[in-house]
Design a binder for this molecule. Structure first.
Ligand SMILES: C[S@@+](CC[C@H](N)C(=O)[O-])C[C@H]1O[C@@H](n2cnc3c(N)ncnc32)[C@H](O)[C@@H]1O
Length: 197
């Protein structure tokens, strides 16, 4: 049942460093596309003052999250829920922050549209939506490793691929999510922070 995503071991500390600055002092963090659940367990442990709500669109991911969560036994880690971000029906009506790691480029653009639509709906004023992953940026050369990754993603699914940062910002704005900040991360990744206006 337990999946293991090696990247989570490499990126959890750099992501946590940004989360320390950005997450609220209390409330519920909705994590979409939680995948294996390893981030959810790590972050729920690091931020015990917050309730951590993992989710994913894939039932196999939900089973993995459950397995990791049972082993961790953290009281602030909630039962995972199925959220397909492209669906208008999310079983979570409100959240104080929303985190999405490494989904935007490994899903069709409709997933980013759904994520922003849902984020605009569930987040309260000032609450952050935090994205982590590789992006292309207008006027900035894409690192060769990201170019190769983009090509391999498009080879696996023509609807996948690294998104242009400016397109993501524009989509967020359509749903009342203003661009707050960009943080350069190791291995040519970015963390993007939006806030509900
Ligand atoms: C590369 S994995 C990243 C998982 C995890 N966040 C991590 O960093 O290891 C991408 C995840 O996005 C999820 N996903 C893709 N499309 C989705 C959608 N429409 N709604 C919700 N989750 C989706 C997949 O099920 C998968 O768990």
């Amino acid at each position: 049942m337990k999946h293991h995503a090696p990247a989570t071991e490499r990126n959890r500390e750099p992501i946590a460093a940004v989360l320390r600055d950005v997450l609220p002092a209390s409330g519920t963090v909705l994590e979409v596309a939680s995948g294996s659940g390893e981030h959810a367990v790590a972050f729920a442990g690091l931020f015990p003052h917050l309730c951590w709500q993992p989710s994913d669109g894939d039932p196999a991911a939900l089973a993995s999250i459950r397995s990791w969560a049972e082993e961790a036994g953290l009281s602030n880690l909630l039962e995972p829920v199925r959220i397909d971000v492209t669906s208008p029906d999310w079983p979570v009506e409100a959240a104080d922050a929303l985190l999405c790691v490494n989904m935007v480029h490994i899903s069709p653009w409709s997933a980013t549209e759904g994520l922003m639509r849902g984020g605009g709906r569930v987040l309260g004023t000032g609450a952050p939506l935090i994205l982590y992953g590789p992006y292309r940026r207008s006027g900035v050369a894409t690192a060769p490793s990201n170019q190769a990754f983009d090509q391999s993603l498009r080879g696996r699914n023509p609807l996948w691929g690294l998104r242009l940062l400016e397109d993501v910002v524009e989509e967020a704005q359509l749903h009342g999510l203003g661009f707050d900040r960009l943080v350069e991360m190791p291995a040519n990744n970015l963390t993007l922070v939006f806030r509900k206006s």
